[in-house]
Design a protein around this ligand. Structure first.
Ligand SMILES: [Zn+2]
Ligand SMILES: [Zn+2]
Length: 237
């Protein structure tokens, strides 16, 4: 794991991974019933940071049972192909995102108009150009709202992208919001330049708020661990 990568325990069986790369992109490694579930795969192509985190937890790569994706933006797909190869994990995503992950369709363009906060602009240009490309990986199973994935309940939270997913682990008071909420470069209801459908996105934020989570993991930046429910409610419009 590079010096910027960190493995941070948030609650029993809930670990947050990620450093500075990919716009402080985060992944979540969850332990339940002796199995590991990974949400998203960080930015780097080799998956090495995730494999090191698995070993740090005293587990082996073969313990990773499944990888589930919030959506098909490049920053979240970096380690996917390597991790699938190294672990044999089942890969799951929403049907709408699957052919992008599989390399058969470009991610839907977000346009080129610069929008605050400008620190995310390089990623906006990257999506516009489809560069750098992720390594394609087959999706084994489609998942949608209400499905169970390991200890998680799947939440369909469209807006940032049509097949954007979040995840709820009720016993842990945990919600993983993906890019529906960002805390880097600033706390907001996702970077507005990247939200494809504003109305759907507002609905998704209302849904997240209704869960009153104690811990909220986000796609970019540190998780919310203090008065998290209040902070998510503050994003409802
Ligand atoms: Zn995204
Ligand atoms: Zn993202």
């Amino acid at each position: 794991m590079d010096a910027g990568q960190r493995l941070r325990g948030l609650s029993e069986g809930v670990h947050c991974l990620g450093g500075r790369k990919g716009g402080r992109v985060r992944a979540f490694l969850l332990e339940a019933g002796g199995e590991l579930t990974l949400v998203d795969t960080l930015f780097q192509d080799d998956g090495a940071g995730v494999l090191e985190a698995i070993r740090k937890l005293g587990r082996s790569p073969g313990d990773l049972r499944r990888i589930v994706l919030t959506h098909a933006h490049r920053s979240h797909l970096g380690g996917l192909a390597a991790l699938k190869r190294e672990t044999g994990a089942t890969v799951l995503a929403h049907e709408w995102e699957s052919d992008i992950v599989e390399g058969e369709r470009a991610a839907q363009s977000v346009g080129l108009k610069p929008t605050r906060p400008f620190r995310t602009y390089p990623f906006q240009v990257g999506i516009f150009l489809g560069r750098p490309k992720h390594k394609p990986c087959p999706i084994d199973e489609s998942v949608s709202d209400g499905d169970a994935v390991g200890p998680l309940e799947v939440l369909h939270l469209p807006g940032h992208s049509p097949g954007h997913l979040g995840f709820h682990w009720a016993d842990r008071g945990l919600v993983i919001a993906g890019d529906a909420i960002a805390t880097w470069p600033r706390f907001e209801a996702g970077c507005s330049a990247f939200n494809l459908n504003v109305e759907q996105h507002r609905k998704s934020i209302r849904r997240l708020a209704s869960l009153n989570a104690r811990i909220v993991g986000v796609g970019h930046g540190e998780p919310l661990t203090q008065v998290a429910a209040d902070r998510v409610h503050s994003l409802v419009v």
